[in-house]
Design a binder for this molecule. Sequence first.
Ligand code: GRF
Length: 194
Amino acid sequence: MSKIALGILISGRGSNMEAIIKACQANQINATVNVVISDKRDAKGIEIAKQLGITTFVLDIKDFSSKQEYEDDICRILKGCSVQLLCLAGYMKIVGETILEAFKHRVINIHPSLLPAFKGLNAQKQALDYGVSFAGCSVHYVDDVLDGGPLILQDIVAVSAEDTEETLSEKILEKEHSLYPRAIQKVLESLSIK
Ligand code: GRF
């Protein structure tokens, strides 16, 4: 059975990226991570990816004359690495039309809320401030609306009265690490690449 080639875009810690790479390496999903690209030189995730034997690149948008040229270079790397599905994992830039056109319906993202609630930054704090009893995380297709594309999978956590932004974020992150690989497998199945 052939494996689907993943590319991952990160900006920081890279714990979801690590969970995806490890799920691939443990054959829990029929995929392989061909490349990790960070837009930040100091992203911790880049070191983790290297240690796990993954090809990495850092592309700083400041080195390009436009976002389109920056994204053209990302697409060149992804295509050069034969990437079929692009996973955003803590990538802090809005994906532009250059990438979305090159990977139509093949870009997915994880967000730490039960979308469509609490889009954008600090989703866990937004949930606490709103007083929810349940929070969670969502993996969704990326389109031109921020955190707005069709949902693939979600998971929930109960919010307790003692929860702070930190404790809730930790609880959600733990769920994210199992949700993202399961969501990728679901996408592969819908693509008939099992
Ligand atoms: C996660 O909470 C993810 O949902 C959000 O950014 C965070 C990234 O964390 N999009 P990490 O870099 O995967 O550790």
